[in-house]
Design a protein around this ligand. Structure first.
Ligand code: KIV
Ligand code: ZN
Length: 518
């Protein structure tokens, strides 16, 4: 049995199915390039038949991203399979991933087909995909609630039809580790041609067991694990890539397996996906949460000073985090600042660097300690590909106990105009948002507003994410500042700038942009 476990990343397909997490083409391409740096084996770039936008994204990733295999998802129908091939054919390593449900509940209630009919459809789908490319993956959707005899039968049939990978998804996150491990072992025992294929697993996290189930399946013989960055995905999400990779690495003594992942890129990948989707990573999230390598208790700190291994089973540097936190201060110059950003993996243009350096200096004047996370927040705030139509020039907010929160704002526009207005709200942020709405008359819906502190302490950076809806599309804005109201205003304006940009692009003749979440 091979020692190498293949990592199939589905952040851009299943991950993107997380409510509110959709990415546009440029964002998907940026994420896919990062996944290539992370050295995943397969990138599932999307579901091409689902929308023209998804088709374009898969095609662009196939054309531009080198290294991993590029897969697209297809139901077991000709039209879907043909569409996947149209998109992935540009990759050096294309894969068609086709699926159909195999559990009785899906057959009876959703597909309204018999087991025999579904088996025939699965075989026909694999054969059609095989007509296009060598690498074909078949998934038996809802495998963990399927009849085991029937599952063995269908797995054998699709392998005979040429499936190079057969995936056993725990689609609804129903399996318990013991039981899932047994299922994989049963397949290895009972399917005679199983060694001709790679068995893959794809676990959802409805009971918080996605990673545990995936690991148990690896011990039972699975050679591919499907997962997403930060564990994002449909409902409670998918197995988290970073947790699987670090578990296999840290407990190599037990698993005896390796992956081809460049773990140094894990933290950067996590931050990028969080930035692009607006899905904030919880502080105590394993491996990539902001507290994952933080030690608070005195006893722990004492142990750490003697020997890091007393309380740490992984090295923060292994995932690309820098342990040396307090490096930059207000006396640091531009060269040191630039060098530090490079060290963190940010290669900024001169203009971006100028903006980021001004923000850094302002921050260093107000805040004692500048951590790597603060720098990451500055970069994510200042470096945006979307042109800034509206810029927050100045803001006064007045609030008092029993009073009426009032905001006065000056916003400049890219054509040199200065807009000034005041407004009242139920709170400071509400007053600011109402004033911005008065200044910029742009119908939209505020869908979400999330605040988090990037680093600890009362002088922490506030990191605000705002989602605006406009005619079926969602625009995500992110703002960071030492002041929560300022961060909120910036996030709101960034989302508005995106909305204005994409609305104009959509209405222009050649600026073809699908309804999307941006
Ligand atoms: O969860 C699932 O079953 C899936 C399949 C399409 C692989 O996402
Ligand atoms: Zn799934």
């Amino acid at each position: 049995m091979s020692r190498r476990i293949r990592i199939f990343d589905t952040t851009l397909r299943d991950g993107e199915q997380s409510p509110g997490a959709s990415m546009n083409l440029e964002e998907k391409l940026e994420a896919a390039k990062q996944l290539a740096r992370l050295k995943v084996d397969v990138i599932e770039a999307g579901f091409p038949i689902s929308s023209p936008g998804d088709f374009e994204a898969v095609k662009t990733v196939a054309q531009q991203v080198k290294g991993p295999s590029i897969a697209g998802l297809a139901r077991a129908v000709n039209e879907d399979i043909d569409r996947v091939w149209e998109a992935v054919q540009y990759s050096k390593k294309p894969r068609i991933h086709t699926f159909i449900a195999t559990s009785d509940i899906h057959l009876e209630r959703k597909l309204k087909k018999t087991r025999e009919q579904v088996l025939d459809i699965a075989v026909a789908a694999v054969r059609r995909a095989k007509g296009y490319c060598e690498d074909v993956e078949f998934s038996a959707e809802d495998a963990t609630r399927s009849d085991v005899d029937y599952l063995c039968q269908i797995v054998e049939a699709v392998i005979d039809a040429g499936a190079t990978v057969v995936n056993i998804p725990d689609t609804v996150g129903y399996a318990i580790p013991d039981e899932f491990g047994k299922l994989i072992k049963t397949l290895f025992k009972r399917v005679p041609n199983i060694r001709k294929t790679t068995i893959s697993v794809h676990c959802h996290n409805d009971l918080g067991l996605a990673v545990a189930n995936s690991l148990v399946a690896v011990r039972a013989g699975a050679g591919q694990v499907e997962c997403t960055i930060n564990g994002i995905g449909e409902r409670a999400g998918n197995a988290a890539l970073e947790e699987i990779v670090m578990a296999l690495g840290t407990r190599g003594d037990l698993f005896g397996k390796t992956t081809g992942i460049n773990s140094q890129e894990i933290y950067r990948s996590s931050r990028l996906i969080s930035d692009l989707t607006g899905l904030v990573v919880q502080a105590n999230k394993a491996v990539v949460g902001s507290n994952a390598f933080a030690h608070e208790a005195g006893i722990h700190q004492h142990g750490m000073i003697q020997d890091r291994r007393t309380y740490e089973i992984m090295d923060a540097q292994a995932i690309g985090l820098k342990e040396s936190r307090l490096v930059l201060g207000k006396h640091s110059g531009r060269h040191a600042f630039e060098a530090k950003l490079r060290e963190l993996g940010h290669h900024l243009s001169k203009e971006e660097l100028d903006r980021a350096f001004i923000r850094f200096k302002e921050t260093a004047d107000k805040k004692k300690d500048i951590f790597d996370e603060d720098l990451e927040a500055i970069v994510s705030d200042e470096v945006s590909a979307i042109p800034e139509k509206y810029h927050l020039k100045c803001m006064n907010v007045f609030t008092s106990l029993d009073g009426m929160p009032t905001a006065t704002l000056k916003i400049t526009t890219d054509d040199g105009a200065e807009l000034v207005e005041s407004g009242i709200g139920v709170g400071s942020v509400d007053a600011v948002y109402k004033t911005i709405d008065k200044l910029i008359d742009l119908p939209h819906e505020l869908i979400d507003y999330i605040v988090k502190a990037v680093t600890g302490g009362t002088d922490a950076f506030a990191d605000v994410t705002v989602k605006l809806g406009d005619d079926g599309s969602i625009y995500t804005g992110r703002g960071t500042s030492l002041d929560i109201v300022e961060a909120s205003a910036k996030a709101y304006l960034q989302a508005i700038n995106k909305l204005v940009y994409y609305r104009a692009k959509r209405s222009s003749k050649d600026g073809h942009v699908e309804k999307a979440r941006l």
